[in-house]
Structure formats: C-alpha cells, structure tokens
Design a protein around this ligand. Structure first.
Ligand SMILES: Cc1cc2nc3c(=O)[nH]c(=O)nc-3n(C[C@H](O)[C@H](O)[C@H](O)COP(=O)(O)OP(=O)(O)OC[C@H]3O[C@@H](n4cnc5c(N)ncnc54)[C@H](O)[C@@H]3O)c2cc1C
Length: 369
C-alpha cells in the first residue's frame, strides 16, 4: 500500500513552493518532492531577483495577470515574513528616435494593462538623476523592486512546514500512474530507494523538466504541442571602476527573447549586468569570459563609460522558453487537462515567474479542486 497524501507538488522552486504553500493552507497533507539537495537550486536561484511590474506582456495574458497580482502579493509577503526587499523602482531607457517611439508605446501599454504608476522622463531630467546615462527618453516604474530570493524561498519552506506540509529533498519523481480515482507517484531517492505516494492532486512545477514530467504522467505527446527551448542568460559582475549609477534597475528596451542586457543592483547593492539571451541545446551554466566585450558593447548604448574590464563573469540561469529564437510571445501554461483530473502542469514559467509565484500558487490551489 502506498502512503496517501492530499497533494503532491513536484519541484521546490519558487513556483512549486508557492503552490504548496497555498495548498497547505486548506489541505492537511501536502508533500513537495525535489530531486536536488535543497530548495530553489535551479531556475529560482539563477535570476535577477527583480520584482516586476508587468509592463510588457499582452493585456489578457496570464503573464500580465499573474505578474501584477504577484507583485502586490510578493511585497505584502516580504513585509509580513521579514523577507528583505527594496521597492527601488526601475528605469527603462530609449537611446534612439525609434526606441523613443517604442518606449512611448510601452508606456501606453503598461498604463492600459494596469502595471502601476509610470512616469516618462526627458533626457535632461534623466541626465540630472543619472549623469552617466545617455538616452533620449526614460520611463520610470516605481512598482518595480528587488527581493532577497534565498530568504523568500526559505520563508515559503518555513510556512509549508508550519502548516504540517513536508518537503522531501534528494528525491526524484520517476513515474506517475493513474490509480483508483487519483494517482500514484513513484519516486527514487539518491540512495536508490523507491517509494510510492497516492494522491488526488498533483502540481507539476518541475521547471526545466516540466514537459518531461507531463509526458511521464501520460499526457500524450500530441496533447501538449509545447516544446521547451533552453535559453541561457549570463550575468557579469560590475566592478567598482564601472560608471556609478543611482537607480538600482536600469533597462534598455526588450530584445531577442529577453529584456535586454540590463543593470541590476541586488538587495546588498552588488551591481550586475545581464542576462543576455542565448539558445542552447543542453544545460550548461558556464559563463564565457569573452562575453565581456559583447556585454560592454550592449551596455555602452546607454552607458558609454562602460569598458569590458569593468565586467567579470558571474553566474547564469536558463529560461524554459516555449518559443525558439524566431518565436514571438508565449504565455505561461497552466494546464489542467480534462483527461487528468486533479493534475496541473506549469509549463514555460520563465520571467516574470518569480514575481508571479504567489499569484500562480493561489490560482493553482483554486483550479485543482
Ligand atoms: C536568467 C533569468 C532571469 C530571471 N529573472 C527574473 C526576475 O528578475 N524576476 C522574475 O520575476 N522572474 C525572473 N526569472 C524567472 C524566474 O526565475 C522563474 O520563472 C522561476 O524561478 C521558476 O521557478 P520554478 O519553481 O518554476 O522552477 P525551478 O526553480 O527550476 O524549480 C523546479 C524544480 O523542480 C525540480 N525537479 C525537476 N524535475 C523533477 C523531478 N522529476 N522530481 C523532483 N524534482 C524535480 C528541479 O530540481 C527544480 O528545483 C528569471 C529567469 C531566468 C532564467
């Protein structure tokens, strides 16, 4: 006989943990299964740590809805759970006449979708605030900020345990089979020992492996027409000699599957440049030193004083993208197929997944029954 639990969440990244937190507030036994040694070891600890405002995505998309709701939920969570955060605001800069038109369109769109308060700033006003920046126009979004992701993850784990939930590390989901009116989840731990859990609710929040887990659960190949493309984003640390900036978050206009090589200062004030967007065939987190030249060229468009020697390779993260290099917009997929009652698959949860995590968690808890 396999042990029976109310819900199984696969993956202890921010999204899986946020789902487990919401479920644990109304169910007695929620178990998170994670193959790594601890929580948030994959996408969730390899990002910019930015709390986005929901400026760029299409109006009726899940990304817009979940990001705007998640932004508010995340600030409130940080307050009540003593998670370090800063509501720093963010500056998006346009460096050409064409960019200026695009930025004005972005500002109109952001207002239309309700992405918080926004303010356009002229070249001279921006220059006063940021003497090292070169731009024609800037857009300031006060609703954007930064969060200490590790503390956020730790607070979610604490709350899940507080509600009598459990997180099993070193344990990988190998198979999911239909059983009675629910599912059995077969796991193997690092010592090779196999276990089985029976549950009526499964959340597949396996990040880069979410599509593999969906297929393991019996979702036919043709059912998800989705394909995950790995899109690496590398970061370079900005040394003390780099031009000084006052704003914590400085972005160019979005390009090529990412938000453009931007500058962020994390919660401790450490500045970084990145991420770029590079489609890759297999997981590889190495950061190529020679990228400093390319990064400096991209940043120099809005910060001319930057030099390759100001940049040191730092870390990288990998986005689970539902579109390849030529693709346009792809929304988050939150699938609960009628052929799989009680199962929710979260596919393609790239940026703004950190910001949206608490909203996704609440939504999943509502739809899973
Ligand atoms: C470069 C980069 C920058 C980003 N910047 C931001 C940002 O500034 N702001 C923002 O809002 N978002 C950002 N994001 C997006 C955000 O980080 C992600 O959307 C979010 O972290 C995804 O969390 P997750 O829980 O879905 O995935 P993950 O954190 O990857 O968690 C999935 C977990 O599932 C586990 N797993 C997989 N398969 C199995 C299995 N079979 N059995 C058991 N466990 C399994 C994995 O080990 C992993 O821990 C960024 C992403 C990247 C890549």
């Amino acid at each position: 006989m396999s042990e029976e639990v109310d819900a199984v969440v696969i993956g202890a990244g921010v999204v899986g943990l946020a789902c487990a937190y919401s479920l644990s507030q109304r169910l007695d036994s929620v178990v998170v299964i994670e193959r790594e040694v601890g929580p948030g070891r994959e996408i969730s600890s390899r990002n910019s740590g930015v709390i986005h405002a929901g400026i760029y995505y299409p109006k009726d998309s899940l990304k817009t809805r979940m990001c705007i709701e998640g932004n508010q939920r995340l600030y409130a969570w940080c307050e009540t759970h003593q998670v370090p955060y800063k509501r720093t605001g963010k500056l998006i800069v346009a460096t050409s006449a064409l960019d200026e038109q695009r930025l004005r369109a972005i500002a109109r769109h952001a207002q239309d979708v309700g992405a918080g308060e926004l303010r356009l700033m002229s070249r001279s006003e921006t220059k006063q605030q940021e003497p090292e920046l070169r731009c024609e126009l800037a857009l300031r979004s006060p609703a954007s900020g930064v969060v200490d992701v590790h503390e956020f993850i730790a607070s979610l784990v604490r709350e899940i345990k507080e509600a009598d939930g459990a997180v099993a590390y070193h344990t990988e989901v190998k198979a999911i089979r239909k059983a009675r009116d629910g599912w059995t989840v077969q796991t193997t731990d690092t010592a090779g020992s196999q276990e089985e859990l029976y549950t009526r609710r499964i959340v597949n929040a396996a990040g880069l492996s979410a599509l593999d887990v969906a297929k393991t659960s019996g979702l036919p190949d043709t059912q998800p027409p989705w394909q995950l493309h790995l899109c690496k984003g590398s970061y370079f640390a900005l040394g003390a000699g780099a031009p000084p900036t006052r704003n914590s978050l400085i972005y160019p206009l979005p390009e090529g599957g990412g938000l453009g090589v931007h500058i962020t200062a994390d919660i401790s004030g450490a500045r970084r440049a990145g991420p770029d967007a590079e489609f890759i065939d297999a997981i590889d987190y190495s950061v190529d030193e020679s990228g400093a030249e390319r990064f400096a060229t991209a940043i120099a468009r809005y910060m001319p004083g930057i030099r390759p020697e100001h940049l040191t390779p730092d870390y990288s993260g990998i986005r689970p993208k539902l579109v390849g290099p030529e693709g346009g917009f792809a929304d988050f997929v939150i699938a609960h197929p009628s052929s799989q009652p009680g199962m929710v698959h979260l596919i393609g949860i790239e940026s703004p997944g950190l910001t949206a995590s608490l909203a996704i968690g609440a939504h999943v808890s509502g739809v899973i029954g």
